[in-house]
Design a binder for this molecule. Structure first.
Ligand SMILES: *Cc1c(COP(=O)(O)O)cnc(C)c1O
Length: 392
C-alpha cells in the first residue's frame, strides 16, 4: 500500500472484542489489570505481549508507533516526549558499547549541537564536526577519529545541503559505526534514510508529522534488535510520549501526506517567485538544477517533492533591516518552529543559530541577511502577496 494510504490506516483498530473503536482512543491508565496474576507475570517476563505500566508502553503509543514504523519502513518505533530526547536516547544506546565519539555534520539543528557539547561532552563523549557533503573529508574523519556513531540530518538547516547518505553509511558500517539520521525536515514522504543504509531514524513529531503546532514529540525508528535496546533503556528512564500527545500526533499524521504535498508545491512556487525578485540575491531550495548536492538530492528525494523549507538572502540587509522586513509580514507568522500548516519565517542569525560562533556561521554560510521560510498550506498567491508587500 502507498504511504498516503498507510498514513490513514496503520496502527488503528488493533483492539479485540465486540466493540472496536475505529480510531485509537487516548489510554491514560498508568497501570493495567488482569483477572489472573499469572497473566501479568507472563507480561512482566516478556513471554506474552501486553500492557503493564505506562512507562513501558500503552495502547495509544503502540498504535502511533506502528503507524510511524509503517511510514519509515522500520521494524518498530519508540514515541518520545520530544525530538531532542529521541536524539539523546539514540546516541546513548549507540554509544553504550562503543567508543564515546560522535562524528557529526557541521550543519546540525542548534539544540542537537548543544546536546552534544553541553550535555554529553561532560560525560566523556567527544564530538567531531565534518562537512558531510565532502566525502573525502568524511572518509578521513572516520579513519582518524574512529567514531562510535555518525549523526546527520537528511537535509541541513537552513541552507539545505544534502550528503551522500548511502556512501556515508557504507564508510561508517566498515568502521562499525551506526548512522543516525534526523529525518525531521525531509519526512518519510520525501526520503526514507533506512533504505539508504541508516541504522536509526529520529524525528521531531513537533514539525511536519503532527503539523499543527500544538504537539511536542519525537520518535526513534530502527530494526527490531536495535529497538529492543532502545526500549530496554526507555522502560527504565521513561522518555516516553504522553498519551494525549500520542493521540494528537496520530490524528495529525492522517493528513500529513496531503499537507506535505501541498506545502512542497507552495514552497516550489515561493522559491520560483523569490528567484525573480530584484531585492533577493540568493534562494536556497532543493529543486534548483544548480544545487551543489544535485546528485545526492536526486538519489534521496522521491516523486519530485523537495520539501517546504525555503531560505533566501535579501540584498544589503543588516539585522535591523531584516527585523523591519519581518515585522511588515501580516500573514506569515514570525515563529521558532517549522512544518506547521501556517507559513512561518525565522531569522537564523538571531534565532536558530544565535549561539553559533561567528566563525562557524561564516564557515557554514549563515549570513545576517538570510531568512528562512517554512511554507504552509495556505493559498500560494496569498503567501506571495504577503512576501511582495513586505519586500516592497
Ligand atoms: C525541532 C527539531 C528537533 C528537536 O525536536 P523537538 O521536538 O523540538 O525536541 C531536532 N531536529 C530537527 C531537525 C528539528 O527541526
Amino acid at each position: 500500500m502507498k504511504l498516503q494510504t498507510r498514513a490513514v490506516h496503520a496502527g488503528d483498530r488493533k483492539a479485540t472484542g465486540q466493540h472496536v473503536p475505529v480510531t485509537t482512543p487516548i489510554h491514560t491508565a498508568a497501570s493495567y489489570f488482569y483477572p489472573q496474576s499469572e497473566m501479568l507475570d507472563k507480561i512482566f517476563g516478556h513471554e506474552e505481549h501486553g500492557y503493564a505500566y505506562a512507562r513501558y508502553d500503552n495502547p495509544t503509543n503502540a498504535a502511533l508507533e506502528q503507524l510511524l514504523a509503517s511510514l519509515e519502513g522500520a521494524d518498530g518505533a519508540l514515541a518520545t516526549a520530544s525530538g531532542m530526547v529521541a536524539l539523546q536516547a539514540t546516541l546513548m544506546t549507540c554509544l553504550a558499547e562503543r567508543r564515546k565519539r560522535v562524528l557529526c555534520a557541521e550543519a546540525l539543528y542548534g539544540a542537537t549541537v548543544k546536546l552534544l557539547m553541553n550535555v554529553l561532552e561532560p560525560y566523556g563523549v567527544e564530538t567531531h564536526f565534518v562537512d558531510l557533503c565532502d566525502l573525502d573529508a568524511v572518509a578521513a574523519a572516520i579513519a582518524e577519529f574512529q567514531p562510535g556513531c555518525v549523526l546527520m540530518e537528511t537535509v541541513s538547516n537552513p541552507l539545505l545541503r544534502v550528503g551522500n547518505l548511502s556512501r556515508i553509511a557504507e564508510l561508517a558500517k566498515a568502521a562499525n559505526a551506526p548512522v543516525i539520521v534526523d529525518n525531521t525536515f525531509a519526512t518519510p514522504l520525501l526520503a526514507r534514510p533506512l533504505e539508504h543504509g541508516a541504522s536509526y531514524v529520529v524525528h521531531s513529531l513537533t514539525k511536519y508529522l503532527s503539523g499543527h503546532g500544538d504537539v511536542l514529540g519525537g520518535a526513534i525508528l530502527c530494526s527490531g534488535d536495535k529497538l529492543e535496546e532502545v526500549r530496554a533503556m526507555s522502560r527504565v528512564v521513561g522518555p516516553v510520549l504522553g498519551p494525549f500527545e500520542s493521540y494528537l500526533s496520530m490524528r495529525g499524521i492522517k493528513t500529513f501526506p496531503l499537507r506535505m504535498e501541498r506545502q512542497c508545491r507552495n514552497a516550489q512556487q515561493v522559491a520560483a517567485w523569490l528567484r525573480t525578485h530584484p531585492r533577493v540575491t540568493r534562494v536556497f531550495y532543493l529543486d534548483d538544477p544548480q544545487h551543489p548536492d544535485r546528485a545526492n538530492v536526486d538519489a534521496l528525494f522521491r516523486d519530485g517533492l523537495y520539501g517546504a523549507m525555503v531560505s533566501f538572502e535579501v540584498e544589503g540587509l543588516d539585522k535591523a533591516g531584516v527585523f523591519t522586513l519581518m515585522d511588515r509580514l501580516q500573514l506569515v507568522v514570525r515563529a521558532t518552529s517549522l512544518g506547521d500548516v501556517h507559513t512561518m519565517v525565522l531569522h537564523p542569525w538571531t534565532a536558530s543559530h544565535r549561539d553559533v560562533s561567528p566563525r562557524h556561521k561564516q564557515r557554514t554560510g549563515i549570513r545576517q541577511n538570510l531568512l528562512r521560510l517554512s511554507v504552509g498550506i495556505e493559498d500560494a498567491e496569498d503567501i506571495l502577496a504577503d512576501l511582495a508587500q513586505a519586500l516592497g
